[in-house]
Design a protein around this ligand. Sequence first.
Ligand code: GLP
Length: 245
Amino acid sequence: MKIIIEKNYEDLSKQAAEIVKQAIQEKLNLVLGLATGSTPIGLYQKLIQMHKQNVLDFSKIITFNLDEYLGLPANHSQSYHYYMKENFFDNINIDSKNIHIPNGETKDVKVFCRDYEQDIQNVGGIDLQILGIGSDGHIGFNEPGTPFNSRTHLAKLAQSTIKDNSRFFEKEEDVPKFAITMGVQTIFEAKKILLLASGENKAISIAKALEGPITSQITASILQKHQDTIVILDEKAASKLKRKY
Ligand code: GLP
């Protein structure tokens, strides 16, 4: 793992955007794994800026999102479909047929999950996966205890995640209890991974994920074994790391 510590969120986002830019410039039909949450917003804004300045062409990229809440329609303001449209896709020249996001309204979750894996395989796997991290160390919605060999599946959200994500909903009861998420193995098979974390509330999970034992209790800890993972932190998220980077 390569660990980069930036002064603040702005610099973290800039650095992340440079890495994504380079990957797209090297491979115009890059298969890009995308994350939601507040962390990658700055990265998406920088990429949109680059597009507006004619520096980046997204017309050939293929995207796969990590996860989606079960039961939320795509037009629900807290669905990840809606988030991606608003924060990224509507502002770049991506071809809508190249966008893949788990369908939170599928009638057959099992078949959907199997097909999602197949779709990833059909385009040769994910080249670059963007990740955030949950305060309990999750990646995607792979909560503590999710096996490392898991693939796209239906996940039950941990109580702490429901609480964390309730800030986006009117009340905690409105947060869906389940989600469809890429599995740990699905994520791990990405050729390159870019993990972003910002702020003090991520410091403990980052310390455990990067310096603690590799355990399915902190699913992000598997990234210690990944051959090409870059972690970009701001100083607050890095504040509980023991080693100096
Ligand atoms: C959700 C998502 C994760 C994301 C995490 C952190 O639980 N499923 O993919 O990394 O939130 O979100 P934030 O960046 O808002 O802290």
